[in-house]
Structure formats: structure tokens, C-alpha cells
Write a protein that binds this ligand. Structure first.
Ligand SMILES: [Cu+2]
Length: 439
């Protein structure tokens, strides 16, 4: 455009002689014309280019898994279309929902979708998965539109971080309503040990003030512990007070097929309001579990699970025998139905032998790490190992059980899942954390 000025000036003023001479020159005219064309094309390109820039934020991408939205914070420009590429990299169904703005459909594992939110005014929007309980389990985040002054995700004022962390530790072991996994005394009918289990919906306090929708046997998570001896005759009577069908499977026990607890395969559905009896002679000893075998990815994480301990003929001598039932899902990450600081400490005296029985009822693996002492792994899935081995971290996959023996050393020893997002965040420890208190 600058190139035009001599011409304009020339026409608005009386031109000095050497100027008019130059204007008359064909070469100069061609030069000016080319200059004008160049300027027009350049500004057109610039206009188109800037239009494109103003209309798009850098590609936004999130991955959904159990139970994370990664990254947990997205940043977008204000007054520009926001499009998010969403991929479900997890093993369960998830979606991405942006508070009040829109959501993808439910995505199966491996599926992806584009979430086009159009132009959003500046502000902070909540990201979450709409599947019941997934947001509470960690599938949340935020979308910050405009205003670069926002704090970075996960960043907390260091003083607040310290205070929040210490509050949690000082609250441990915090009191909450309800304690699951306590040994159940059976009714003796003839020579048969009878256990009545009522499945119902309930509210369960996972951590102080954190009360969630749950499904429970006899109102507790985990359900009461069934502890019997190899060869006992037992009858487990299930009463279904849920609004959906259910059944009980005895996980790890080599029971007769007819009492294996799989609706449609070995028995009828136990419909709402119905009862069903399972009676058998207890076969193989070991650390086992009982749980629902209907709508499993919901009913079990929500609490329809329990320990089933079968004492054998030659059990190792121990001073303390404790079950560690692991679970994850709508109730968060829990040890015996509670999250830190409401988890129970494991108490022992120096030199005592402590038997820990891990049972993983969750949908994820949990590597359980004990500080200060090695764990001697003596059994896998209830079967004694020919060659016990030592480990400081015992990976317990979904469905697995491990029995370990620990020789207690004096001290307060942290004991937690080593997938650290199951145990600790900027606000302190939570979920799968407890303490072995040897005093
Ligand atoms: Cu874990």
C-alpha cells in the first residue's frame, strides 16, 4: 500500500518536474501496477490466514480410562470453535461431558469421537464421564476457555498442600459409619453352617463425609466375612432386595457345578424379591471370595463382594490374620470398603507374624507395597506355593488372591497401592493407603 502514496500525492499536488517525468515512464507505471497487485494479493492472503487462525484452537485431545481424563485440563481460546478429540483407551465404557455444553455418546473401549462444542464464552467448564460413579472415581477435569491467568491443573498453593496433607494424616484412622468384612457367625442347622446374605442398595460412607450409593450384603462393604473349615457343610442363602437380578459365585472354590452361581448357565436368575440357596461341602482350602455374578462390572464395584476364608488342615502359625479386600470403582479406591483416612490400620507387636490375605475384587490391578518389611508370599489364589518368595510389592490382579506373611518391625509403616493415583494427590493421601502400626 505504501507504493501507492507517490501516485496519490502526485495527483493531489502539483507535481515537481522530475516526478511527472518518472510517472510518464512506462516502466514506472508497470512497477506501480505490479506493486498494487502484490499488495492486494498479500492482504487477501493475510485476511484469509488470520480468519483461519482466529477460528481454531490448537487440536484438543483427551483420553478416557479407569478412572482418569488425560490431560485433566484443556485450554482453548475464547470466541473460537472448540473441538475435542476424545478417545476411550480404557477397558470400560466412558464418555466425555462438558458441563452444560455437550457430551459425546458412550464410547466402547477403543472407540473415539469428536466433540464439537462450537464457540464458548470465556470461563471454566467441568469435564467428566457421565457413567455413574466414574466422576467420583477420578474422571473429572476442566476446560479453561480464554484468560491465560488461570492456574495450571494440579497446582495447589504449597502451604495449602501441606495443610491438606497433614489434615488427612492426623485424621487417620478416621471414624466412619459402617465396618464391613467382619467374620459372620453362622446359624447351625443340623450339621450345616447357614449364612444368610441379603443384597440391597444402601449408602456407604467411604471416607469421612464421603457417602456414596452402594450395593451391599447385609448392609456392609465388603460383605460379612465367611470363614469356614475345609470339609464343612455350608448353606448360603441369598435374599435379593435389589431392583435387579443377582446371584452369588464362590470365587476360587471348586464347588459342584450346580452351585457355581452363574445365571443361565448353572441356575435361574435370582430376581428382585426372590431368595436362593447354595449348599455344598467346602472343598479346597485357602483365601477365596464370594461375589455377584450378574451385572458384574456394576454390582461388584458397588459392593456385592466378600471374603471367603477356608481354613485347611495345616495352616502356618501366625499372631495376626487380616484380610485386605481391594476394590475400585464407584466407591473409589478402597481397602476393606474404606478409603484413607478411614482405612483400618493393621496393628501388631514387634516380632509378631502377620498374615495378610489380599483379595482383589476391583477392575484394576493393585501393586500393594509395604514399607520396611518384606512380604513372604506363601499362597496364590488359595494354593500354597511350593517355593514361597519374598517381595516388597505384591501385584494383585483383578480376581487374584495372595497370602503373605510379614514379620512385624517396630514403627508406623506406610502400606499402600503403588499405582500412586490410587493413593495420593495434591490434597494428600486418599484411597488405598493404610498403616501397619507395630508398637
Ligand atoms: Cu491400585
Amino acid at each position: 500500500m505504501v507504493m501507492m502514496r507517490p501516485q496519490q500525492e502526485a495527483s493531489s499536488r502539483s507535481a515537481p518536474p522530475n516526478y511527472s517525468k518518472m510517472l510518464r515512464s512506462d516502466l514506472w507505471r508497470l512497477f506501480v501496477t505490479l506493486g498494487v497487485l502484490f499488495a492486494v494479493v498479500t492482504s487477501l492472503i493475510a485476511a484469509l490466514g488470520s480468519g483461519k487462525d482466529a477460528g481454531a484452537t490448537d487440536a484438543l485431545r483427551v483420553e478416557l480410562s479407569e478412572f482418569n481424563i488425560e490431560p485433566a485440563e484443556l485450554n482453548a481460546e475464547a470466541d473460537a470453535p472448540v473441538v475435542i478429540d476424545v478417545q476411550n483407551t480404557g477397558a470400560a465404557v466412558h464418555n466425555l461431558s462438558v458441563s452444560g455444553q455437550g457430551a459425546t455418546e458412550m464410547l466402547d473401549p477403543g472407540e473415539s469421537a469428536k466433540l464439537d462444542l462450537g464457540t464458548l464464552p470465556a470461563g471454566t467448564y467441568e469435564l467428566a464421564c457421565d457413567v455413574t460413579g466414574h466422576k467420583e472415581s477420578g474422571m473429572k477435569g476442566r476446560l479453561v476457555v480464554g484468560d491465560g491467568s488461570q492456574v495450571t491443573a494440579g497446582h495447589m498453593d504449597p502451604a495449602d498442600m501441606d495443610a491438606s496433607y497433614m489434615r488427612g494424616v492426623k485424621a487417620f484412622p478416621a471414624k466412619t459409619k459402617g465396618l464391613g468384612g467382619q467374620p459372620m457367625t453362622p446359624k447351625l442347622v443340623g450339621g450345616t453352617k447357614v449364612f444368610d446374605l441379603t443384597a440391597d442398595e444402601t449408602r456407604w460412607e467411604v471416607a469421612p463425609g464421603d457417602v456414596r450409593d452402594a450395593m451391599a450384603y447385609n448392609g456392609v462393604v465388603p460383605g460379612p466375612e465367611i470363614r469356614v473349615r475345609e470339609g464343612d457343610r455350608i448353606r448360603v442363602v441369598l435374599h435379593n432386595k435389589l431392583e435387579e437380578s443377582t446371584a452369588i459365585h464362590f470365587h476360587g472354590l471348586n464347588v459342584p457345578n450346580s452351585v457355581d452361581g452363574v445365571p443361565g448357565l448353572t441356575q435361574d436368575l435370582v430376581k428382585p424379591g426372590e431368595s436362593y440357596s447354595y449348599e455344598f461341602d467346602v472343598p479346597n482350602a485357602g483365601t477365596h471370595m464370594y461375589h455377584s455374578h450378574m451385572n458384574g462390572a456394576t454390582q461388584i464395584p458397588m459392593g456385592l463382594l466378600g471374603g471367603l476364608i477356608v481354613e485347611g488342615r495345616d495352616e502356618p502359625e501366625v499372631d495376626v490374620d487380616t484380610s485386605i479386600v481391594l476394590n475400585d470403582g464407584p466407591l473409589g479406591f478402597t481397602i476393606n470398603g474404606k478409603g484413607f483416612p478411614a482405612t483400618q490400620p493393621i496393628a501388631a507387636k514387634p516380632g509378631q507374624r502377620v498374615r495378610l490375605r489380599y483379595m482383589n475384587e476391583g477392575l484394576q490391578g493393585h501393586p500393594m507395597h509395604l514399607h520396611g518389611m518384606e512380604q513372604l508370599v506363601i499362597a496364590k489364589d488359595g494354593w500354597k506355593l511350593d517355593q514361597p518368595y519374598r517381595a516388597d510389592t505384591v501385584w494383585v490382579a483383578p480376581g487374584e488372591r495372595y497370602d503373605v506373611i510379614v514379620e512385624a518391625r517396630e514403627g508406623l509403616w506406610a502400606f499402600h497401592c503403588h499405582i500412586l493415583s490410587h493413593a495420593e494427590g495434591p490434597e494428600g493421601m486418599f484411597g488405598m493407603v493404610t498403616v501397619m502400626a507395630v508398637q
